[in-house]
Design a protein around this ligand. Structure first.
Ligand code: ATP
Length: 332
C-alpha cells in the first residue's frame, strides 16, 4: 500500500517571551493508505505541535523552520494559507480532545455538519446536505439521528458530542483523519466506545488515521503502527506488535511498564521517574538520557542515529549499538 503522507525532518520552533521552544526537532514519519498510525508520548513531547504543523494550524508564535510534509505529491509546507484551508476539512481533517471546544454551542448539531459540507464539499442541494448530515450521524453510531439533528451540543452526552465532532470531520470524506487525544476528556467506558467507533469507521470508509495519545495502552487494539515521541524527537517506530513485544528504546519500555494491565489487578504500575527535558534548551544527546536506567556517557553527548531493529522497526538508542555492552561494562 502506498504512502499517503510522508513527513521528513519536520522542525518546528515556538517563540515565547522566555526564548524559543524547539518543540519538534527533525521528525520523520509516514502514513500508509488505510492504516492507523498512533503517535505516542508523554505530555510536552511534541505530538500535537507536529500534527498542527502538518495541518498548518500552528499557534501564531509557531513556525515550521525546516522539513517537508508530502501529501499526494505536494509539499504542504509550501502551501499558502488559502490552499491549506482547502486541504483542511476536505482532504485532511483533525479532531481534538475536548469536543465542546470544536462545537458551536449555539447551533444545532445537524446544522454544524451542514456548515462543513457547505464550506468544504462539492455543490450539494439543501435537501442533500440534510440527508448527508443525518447519514453521518447514523454512521458515527448516533441512534435516532433525525431527532439528534435538531439538538444542541449541550443536549448530548460527552461521548455523543465526540461522535458529532467525528461526523463533522468525516463529512467530506477526508483521506486522512488526525485525532488528537480523542478520548482523554471522556470516561473510560466511553473512551473504549469511541476507539471502537474509529476502528469500525476505518474499515467502513477506508480513511487513513493518525491517533495521538499519551497512553500506549489505548493503541494496542486500534493501531497498525506506532511512532513514539520524546523531547521533540521520534525515538522509535514500528508495527504495533513489535512495539509491544519487542520494544527497542528504553523510553518505549518505560511507557509499556506504565500501562495498567487488566488481568494484573493490584500490580504495581511503574511511572517513569524524572521529568522530560526543557525544549527551550534541549540536551545535545539522547533526550531520554537523564531518565534512562541504561544511560552511558555517549548518550549524554551525542544523539544516536536510527538502528533497524526489525522489519519496519527502528529506534534511536545507543543501547542498540554493537559496542554498547562492552562500553557499559567498562563504565561500571
Ligand atoms: N502555544 C505555545 N506556546 C509556547 N510553547 C508551546 C505552545 N504549544 C506547545 N508548546 C510547547 O511545545 C512543546 C510540545 O508541545 P505539544 O503540545 O506538541 O506536546 P504534546 O506531546 O502534544 O503534549 P500534550 O499531550 O500535553 O498535548 C512543549 O514543550 C510545549 O510546552
Amino acid at each position: 500500500m502506498g504512502k499517503i503522507l510522508e513527513v521528513k525532518n519536520l522542525t518546528i520552533h515556538i517563540k515565547t517571551h522566555k526564548g524559543v521552544v524547539q518543540a519538534v526537532r527533525g521528525v520523520d514519519f509516514y502514513l500508509n493508505e488505510q492504516e492507523t498510525l498512533a503517535v505516542v508520548g508523554e505530555s510536552g513531547s511534541g505530538k500535537s505541535i507536529t500534527m498542527k504543523g502538518v495541518m498548518g494550524i500552528l499557534p501564531k508564535n509557531g513556525k515550521v523552520v525546516d522539513g517537508t510534509v508530502m501529501f499526494q505529491g505536494n509539499d504542504l509546507t509550501k502551501y499558502t494559507e488559502r490552499q491549506m484551508q482547502q486541504v483542511r476539512g476536505s482532504e485532511i481533517a483533525m479532531i481534538f480532545q475536548d469536543p465542546m471546544t470544536s462545537l458551536n454551542p449555539t447551533m444545532k448539531v445537524g446544522k454544524q455538519i451542514e456548515e462543513m459540507l457547505k464550506e468544504h464539499c462539492k455543490e450539494m442541494s439543501k435537501a442533500d446536505r440534510k440527508a448527508r448530515a443525518i447519514e453521518l450521524l447514523s454512521l458515527v453510531g448516533i441512534s435516532n439521528p433525525e431527532a439528534r439533528y435538531d439538538q444542541y451540543p449541550h443536549q448530548l452526552s460527552g461521548g455523543m458530542r465526540q461522535r458529532v465532532v467525528i461526523a463533522i470531520a468525516l463529512a467530506c470524506d477526508p483521506k486522512v483523519l488526525i485525532a488528537d487525544e480523542p478520548t482523554t476528556a471522556l470516561d473510560v467506558t466511553i473512551q473504549a466506545q469511541i476507539l471502537d467507533l474509529m476502528r469500525d469507521l476505518q474499515k467502513k470508509i477506508k480513511t487513513s488515521i493518525i491517533i495521538i495519545t499519551h497512553n500506549l495502552g489505548v493503541v494496542a487494539n486500534i493501531a497498525d503502527r506506532v511512532a513514539v515521541m520524546y523531547g521533540g524527537k521520534l525515538v522509535e517506530t514500528g508495527d504495533v506488535a513489535d512495539i509491544f513485544h519487542n520494544p527497542c528504546h528504553e523510553y518505549t519500555k518505560g511507557l509499556l511498564r506504565s500501562i495498567p494491565k487488566a488481568h494484573e489487578k493490584g500490580g504495581e504500575l511503574q511511572a517513569i521517574p524524572g521529568t522530560p527535558p526543557d525544549l527551550m534548551d534541549p540536551p545535545v544527546g539522547c533526550p531520554f538520557a537523564a531518565r534512562c536506567q541504561e544511560t552511558m556517557i555517549v548518550c549524554q553527548k551525542f544523539m544516536p542515529d536510527y538502528t533497524e531493529c526489525g522489519k519496519n522497526h527502528k529506534s534511536a538508542c545507543w543501547m542498540l549499538d554493537e559496542m554498547a555492552q562492552e562500553v557499559k561494562a567498562d563504565e561500571k
